[in-house]
Design a protein around this ligand. Structure first.
Ligand SMILES: Cc1ncc(COP(=O)(O)O)c(C=O)c1O
Length: 315
């Protein structure tokens, strides 16, 4: 996926040029993976460019940092305002926003407590993560030979950079074997999540998703789907999911900021249901996409318009 630079990046409260957002190779984060980050989408909605659940993402960033004692002087509200300013400054109609808080330069050694924290936020254009057709046709995935992190090793509830070494193993193995994505099991053998997506399984009209205890990231899109299910009176349950339930499911789909709501067409070469997007997945996708596009009333205040003056938007 090519990265198209935008003009500015936010750094510790100031806008700097894209090309100036560099760090020293001896920054703590480079050796030890000590960073926490977020991914937020800004949609081109009827309200103008609008960030999706930006405050919830920024609160998760603060929470992720807290687990690792990575302190920074910005609240979720400060970071949400900075994100809006960033999108406005770069005149984006829609984009992906990446805030990251990292342990910077100053001393080497594992102990990061004396090292300054640098907070950056960038944005850029980003399309459909698993390919443009995936939303309708679904993707072919496998169960990974890699497990998600064991409890009490690397905390899965923190969206920390180092967790994505595990995600890389899952994703690269899947792609090397001709699949779009891998599903990882937790260390007890129950279904956990994709390398960058939560997972939902539909069986007999009930929607299941693994609990936090199965080493999943508390996904914001996951929470949207659970909220929409409750609203539409579709029973939804958080529970441990045995691997074989995936092979017997009527429908399975991924959720995530990048993947949005993507159906799974096959798992380990076995068709999921009829091998095409199922009715519950379609209903939830329609509900989700009609909110993010601004076509349906934003009942939960999920959208934050960035208030770009009319006519200033570039595409
Ligand atoms: C490992 C992992 N699980 C789940 C998700 C989905 O989370 P969200 O819906 O908040 O983007 C992501 C994406 O951020 C992820 O990286």
């Amino acid at each position: 996926m090519g990265l198209k630079p935008t003009e500015k990046i936010w750094h510790n409260g100031k806008m700097i040029r894209w090309e100036d957002a560099t760090i020293h190779v001896l920054s703590h984060v480079v050796s030890y993976g000590s960073a926490v980050f977020e991914g937020v989408r800004c949609y081109e909605s009827k309200l103008g460019p609008s960030m999706f659940r930006v405050r919830d993402h920024m609160q998760r960033l603060v929470n992720s940092g807290r687990i690792y004692r990575i302190d920074f002087p910005y609240s979720a509200d400060d970071l949400s305002s900075a994100a809006a300013e960033l999108v406005r400054t770069n005149k984006m109609a829609s984009c992906y926003i990446r805030p990251i808080a990292l342990r910077g330069y100053g001393q080497m050694g594992v102990d990061g407590l004396g090292v300054p924290t640098e907070v950056y936020m960038a944005c850029w254009e980003w399309g459909r993560y698993l390919g443009p057709e995936a939303i309708e046709n679904g993707v072919d995935v496998c169960i990974s030979s890699w497990n998600r992190m064991a409890p009490n090793t690397l905390p899965a509830m923190s969206k920390a950079a180092c967790n994505y070494m595990n995600s890389q193993l899952i994703h690269m193995e899947a792609v090397a074997n001709g699949f779009s994505e891998g599903i990882a099991l937790d260390t007890s053998g129950f279904v956990s999540e994709g390398s960058g997506e939560n997972i939902f399984v539909v069986s007999g009209g009930i929607v299941y998703t693994p609990p936090f205890a199965s080493s999943v990231l508390p996904g914001i899109t996951r929470n949207c789907v659970m909220t929409l299910c409750e609203e539409m009176k579709i029973p939804v349950r958080e529970q441990m999911i045995p691997r074989e339930m995936l092979y017997l499911a009527d429908e399975v789909f991924f959720t995530g900021t990048a993947a949005e709501l993507t159906p799974l067409r096959s798992i380990d070469r076995l068709k999921v249901g009829k091998g095409s997007r199922g009715p519950i997945t379609k209903t939830l996708q329609e509900a989700f996409f009609s909110i993010v596009s601004g076509e349906r009333e934003d009942r939960y205040n999920w959208l934050t318009p960035v208030n770009v003056p009319h006519g200033a938007v570039t595409r």
